[in-house]
Design a protein around this ligand. Structure first.
Ligand SMILES: NC(=O)c1ccc[n+]([C@@H]2O[C@H](COP(=O)([O-])OP(=O)(O)OC[C@H]3O[C@@H](n4cnc5c(N)ncnc54)[C@H](OP(=O)(O)O)[C@@H]3O)[C@@H](O)[C@H]2O)c1
Length: 341
């Protein structure tokens, strides 16, 4: 295995949030949504990330119905104390799941927020959560009430910072008027650029950072995905519009165009895609969904990739905004995205 980059660059989440490593580790795929993961390798990946200087770990209480938080809790318990102490944990809550894994909606009522937080603290084995956010807006509960309940948890010391996830400009403004918001977590990549029109200008105006997820579009633009790959029925990608038939063929052509640029620079496609997100602004922290040490090492290498104006123009040419075929979520999930309204 190649030597892992030791992180030297840090970014601050908004005007009020914590200073974090310029790349965060998204742990979702270690428990859910991308087919089976190897538990021992997942824990080794979290340890390797902390060792390399990653400080931000992202999870959701509904990723594997608590599985992901228990896994992170175990990884933290078995890490050296100094590594454990550097970790900042970002937790999403609010998604309701059934025993068979069904998605039943979202609950942002203040009493639910307190209940979710109590369980997360227990599963993670920590006395506070660093950034706490509802995964999707609960349409039945004003955002002021949900954010207000998190603000109370901040006052009591159970949470350090308030975050948002997949909400649009109007909701961001209402949330920020209620309490200080550190960051918005939202999908952003070469092929998911919807935030550039209104959401990013709003977070910038209000001093809110962005933790970008799906920077590899769930592996689609990593350079490792191929049309022949078998996906289990419980793999998100088996149902994602961008991974289907003609859409997939079209999208993989974009990846080949990107591969040429990456090849000229002597870096990988994934590193180019991550470096592009990093180049969009100091207020943006990509969350990479690595679930093996090998993928982590590759991702961290993006921090050493310098994209100059000519590189950025070539990338823009190869993958212009709006070039992807297919929406980023299937229709029923798109309906939950306040950010797409
Ligand atoms: N707020 C929200 O609504 C929301 C939604 C989704 C995710 N998130 C958070 O954001 C994190 C990142 O999202 P994501 O996992 O969907 O994004 P991603 O980084 O775009 O995709 C990760 C997938 O890409 C593949 N991959 C290929 N090369 C890779 C490399 N060098 N490094 C990392 N992955 C590589 C891996 O698949 P294989 O292992 O199969 O190769 C991996 O499962 C999640 O873990 C989660 O914490 C938040």
């Amino acid at each position: 295995m190649t030597t892992t980059t030791q992180i030297q660059s840090f970014r601050t989440l908004g005007a009020t949030g914590p200073r974090v490593s310029a790349l965060g580790l998204g742990c979702m795929g270690m428990s859910a949504l991308y087919g089976d993961a190897d538990r021992a390798e997942s824990i080794a990946t979290v340890h390797a990330a902390l060792e390399a200087g990653v400080t931000l770990l992202d999870t959701g209480d509904f990723y594997g119905m608590g599985h992901n938080e228990l896994l992170i809790g175990e990884a933290l318990r078995t890490a050296p104390a100094a590594r454990r102490e550097q970790a900042l944990i970002s937790v999403k809550f609010g998604a309701l799941r059934g025993p068979d894994g069904d998605w039943l909606g979202y609950d942002g009522r203040p009493e639910a927020v307190r209940n979710f937080a109590a369980y997360s603290l227990q599963r993670l084995g920590v006395d506070h959560i660093d950034v706490y956010r509802i995964a999707r807006l609960d349409p039945a509960v004003p955002i002021e009430e949900t954010v207000g309940a998190i603000a109370e948890l901040v006052e009591k010391g159970y949470v350090r910072h308030i975050g948002l996830s997949e909400v649009g400009a109007g909701t961001i403004r209402r949330a920020a008027a209620t309490a200080p918001v550190a960051d918005l977590q939202i999908e952003y990549s070469l092929i998911s650029r919807g935030i550039e029109a209104e959401i990013l200008p709003t977070t910038r105006e209000l001093g809110i950072g962005v933790t970008a997820y799906g920077v590899l579009s769930r592996g689609l633009i990593s350079g490792h995905f191929s049309a022949g790959r078998h996906l289990a029925a419980n793999d998100f990608r088996a149902h994602s519009p961008r991974f289907q038939g003609e859409n997939l063929r079209h999208n993989l052509k974009l990846v080949e165009a990107l591969r040429e640029i990456a090849g000229r620079k002597g870096v990988t496609v994934a590193q180019t895609a991550i470096a592009w997100v990093l180049s969009r602004g100091e207020d943006i922290v990509p969350l990479v969904g690595a679930r093996t040490r090998q993928r982590l090492t590759e991702s961290l290498g993006a921090l050493d990739v310098v994209l100059d104006a000519a590189d950025l123009a070539a990338i823009e040419d190869a993958v212009p905004a709006g070039a992807a075929a297919g929406e980023r979520y299937a229709a029923p999930q798109m309906a939950h995205l306040d950010s797409e309204r």
